[in-house]
Write a protein that binds this ligand. Sequence first.
Ligand code: MN
Length: 289
Amino acid sequence: MKQILTTYSAPHGHWVGDGFPVRSLLSYDRMGANNISPFLLLDYAGPAQFPPGTRRRGVGQHPHRGFETVTLVLQGELEHRDSTGSGGLIGEGDVQWMTAGAGIVHEEFHSPAFTHRGGTLEMVQLWVNLPARDKNAPAAYQTLLKKDIPVVSLGDHTGELRVVAGEFHGHQGPASTFTPMNVWSLKLEPGADVVLSVPEGQTAIVVVLKGTVQANGAEVLHDAEVASFDRLGQELQLESNNDARLLVLTGEPIDEPVVGHGPFVMNSDAEIHQAIADFQNGKFGMLHR
Ligand code: MN
C-alpha cells in the first residue's frame, strides 16, 4: 500500500476572470513541486450557479508556455479559442488537453448557449508539466469527447472510472501525453471499497470533488480535499459511504527545477524572462477574429 504523505484542504476561493470561481486544490508553489510532479496545479471551479445572461463570462486572451492545461467539464459548457486557430465547445464530460509548449495565446469563456440558458458550472483545470526537452514543443490541442473516454465499471454497486489519460484494466485513455501518467475520473457509490493499482515509482494524488472518501483506511477526505502519496508502492485503497466524485492522478515525476511565473512554467529564471520577452514581442501568435 502506498503511504499517504500529506493531505490538503483547499484555501479560500478566488475568481479567474469573471467566469470561474475556483479553489486551487493543487499548487506547486504551496505544496512543493517535487511532491506533486508532474502535476503543477489544479483549480476546481464551482459547482456554481449562473443566471441566464447575455454577456459572456470567462477569461480573455492570455499566454501560456512550458506545460499543458487539461480542462474537464463536469457541468455546463465552455468555449475556447487559441492562437493555433483551434477552438470549439467543451461540453459535459468532454476534456480539452492543450499543449502550451513553446507558447500559446488563448481565451476561455462560458459557451453562448450556456450563457443564455444559465445553470450550474462545474469544471476542473489541471496543469501538467513538460520535461525540459519538450517545453518547446509546438502548441497543440486535443479534443477528448465524452464518447471517446472509456468508462470502466469498478464492480456492481461500486462505481465507475473514466480513463482520460493512461490506462486502467486494459482500457486506454484517449489523451496523448509527453510523460507516463494516468488521469482517472471516478464516481463511487455508497459502500464502495476499491483498491486501485498504480505504477510503481509514480506520484499519486487523490482529489475529492464531492462526497467523503476514506483513503487507506486512515485519512478521511471531504469535498475539495486532496491526499498525496509516496512514490513507493502500488496500491491505493478508497472507501466511500456516500456518492463521491474524485480524480486519481498518477505520473512519473519530472525531477527538474520548476520555476514558474503566472502563466509560464520553465526550468530557470532566464527562461521565464525569455518567455515574458517573447510574449511581449508577439512570438506566441495571436487570436484570429
Ligand atoms: Mn489559460
